[in-house]
Design a protein around this ligand. Structure first.
Ligand code: EPU
Length: 338
């Protein structure tokens, strides 16, 4: 079994680059190793947290417990027919590497999700999404270890209760299961989801036809232009969720702010672009010490160098207050505070 490290620096293991330490740290690369950890005294006597790519967390202080990093890897084809394949992927596989594998096999279903940081095992938890695609559209099954019984359970797509940036693993099953592997159903026929305007534009500029590989390349270009690279400036992608408000309220806001951006979800509900709200409130590029609102995408908070978790919290609270005051909308963090 992997050993337990003490007083372990997490700076390199969280994309925000926050310099916090874990009292204990270990890794697991198989279910057997995971079970060994669950049966250890260090596990039993401490609070614990499962770390994937560390790309959707904010370490608010030193972690007074056991951090366990998920390293179960492997990509294995389970079924292959004329139209689809079903592929099983270890929860510790880097998400973007899986997307690149998928497009290299000329398979379709995850190409719009290229370059999302994090791991495959974390992808169902918040139903990652970008550029007109959500992972719930290709997830076939999720396999997870139940912590209390140490039994492996399998969840169908329906069992996962997927919603915008949400699933059963963030709600009633929060902290009860550790996702060990995910099965995806990928299509042999390209889906070519280019409706998200920016993709079509990018393909045109590059003079490329729509296919999974080219769509992934287009998304990579768009993301690299807009979103800060965590290896250069610490960040966790979108810091806030896009708030969902009644369409009636949205229409009222439109009178006052004619350029406000929103997407109708159903007739009665509209998802508002929080990036627009923050930008239009004049906060894009705002910086206090080493904590800031990114200059190209206002939904992203950044750590320029030495910001602490508390500095980022202070900034996020300021942003929330300004947005509430100006538009009467509460925005919630998408990132998990640890
Ligand atoms: N906008 C502004 N100013 C800004 C940022 C955005 O006016 O500073 C406007 C844009 O012009 C656009 C609208 O707001 O009209 C939406 O912006 P964008 O397309 O960049 O997407 P988003 O809603 O801000 C969401 C996801 C991203 C994902 C993109 C692309 C959430 C919380 N975020 O952002 O996901 O990459 O769509 O699909 O849903 C992430 O979750 O970490 C993430 C980066």
């Amino acid at each position: 079994m992997g050993k337990f490290e003490e007083n372990f620096s997490l700076k390199k293991l969280n994309t925000f680059g926050i310099n916090a330490k874990a009292k204990f740290f270990t890794e697991f690369d198989s279910v057997l190793e995971l079970k060994d950890i669950l049966n250890s005294n260090i596990y039993k006597n401490n609070k614990t947290f499962i770390l994937g790519g560390g790309s959707n967390i904010l370490l608010t202080q030193d972690y007074d417990g056991l951090m366990m990093q998920h390293k179960i890897i492997g990509i294995c084809i389970l079924e292959d027919n004329d139209n689809n394949i079903i592929v099983e992927v270890g929860g510790g596989v880097n998400w973007h590497e899986f997307v690149m594998w998928s497009v290299s096999q000329e398979l379709s279903g995850v190409e719009n999700l290229a370059l999302i940081p994090g791991t495959v095992g974390a992808s169902p938890i918040q139903n990652i999404g970008a550029y007109g695609m959500e992972v719930k559209e290709t997830i076939h099954k999720v396999t997870a270890l139940e912590i209390s019984t140490q039994e492996i359970k399998t969840f169908s797509n329906e069992d996962c209760n997927f919603e915008y940036r949400n699933s059963i693993f963030k709600e009633e099953l929060k902290n009860k299961f550790i996702i060990t592997k995910v099965e995806f159903k990928l299509s042999k026929t390209p889906l070519n989801k280019t409706t998200y305007g920016a993709i079509e534009g990018e393909l045109k500029t590059l003079n490329l036809e729509a296919n999974p590989k080219n769509i992934a390349d287009a998304v990579i270009n768009i993301r690299n232009r807009k979103l800060p690279n965590p290896s250069e400036i610490g960040n966790s992608g979108s810091f806030f969720k896009n708030p969902i408000i009644s369409s009636e309220r949205f229409e009222e806001l439109q009178k006052e702010f004619p350029n406000i951006v929103g997407y109708k979800m159903a007739d009665t509900e509209t998802k508002v672009a929080a990036g627009w709200l923050i930008d239009n409130a004049g906060l894009k590029g705002y910086r206090k010490g080493d904590a800031g609102v990114h200059k190209n995408q206002a939904l992203v908070l950044v750590n320029y160098n030495n910001a602490s978790g508390q500095d980022i919290i202070n900034l996020s609270e300021l942003v929330q207050e300004v947005i509430l005051e100006k538009y009467g909308i509460s925005i919630e963090a998408e990132v998990n505070f640890i």
